[in-house]
Design a protein around this ligand. Sequence first.
Ligand SMILES: Nc1nc2c(ncn2[C@@H]2O[C@H](COP(=O)(O)OP(=O)(O)OP(=O)(O)O)[C@@H](O)[C@H]2O)c(=O)[nH]1
Ligand SMILES: [Mg+2]
Length: 122
Amino acid sequence: MKIFRIYLVGESNSGKSSILRAQQNQPFNLNISQTIGIDNWSFIKNQTKFKIYDTSGLKKFEQATIQGMKNANLIIICFDLCSNTAYKDVEKWLNIVQTYKSITPIIKWISNYKRKMKIQKN
Ligand SMILES: Nc1nc2c(ncn2[C@@H]2O[C@H](COP(=O)(O)OP(=O)(O)OP(=O)(O)O)[C@@H](O)[C@H]2O)c(=O)[nH]1
Ligand SMILES: [Mg+2]
């Protein structure tokens, strides 16, 4: 079976684990704990195993994230659009990805801004 590895990267608190929880159809949780190291979760579709790696945004795990994402087929840079450092954060991760990946990755930026707005209104 083919394996397709997806890495969620970005600063701590950018919402990586929350995006993964949404993918798993789990309810939103404001008290979600910080990721330690790298978690992974997988599903099978079209005879392909999709493995999603939920990395920690903490500085002390950055090297582990960099080593892991060298095997990625897709890297998703997550950021918190409500943060005034969002653009800097994305730039930092873009630089890391471009420095350490030997091939040009497909990079997708995800913002869960709309969901944030909805929650803040309630
Ligand atoms: N209001 C709101 N809060 C969110 C949203 N997404 C995530 N959060 C909250 O932001 C905090 C951080 O979310 P996480 O998903 O743990 O962030 P993370 O990127 O996995 O963080 P690390 O594991 O430390 O790297 C948690 O309290 C979440 O509940 C959102 O769309 N709206
Ligand atoms: Mg997390």
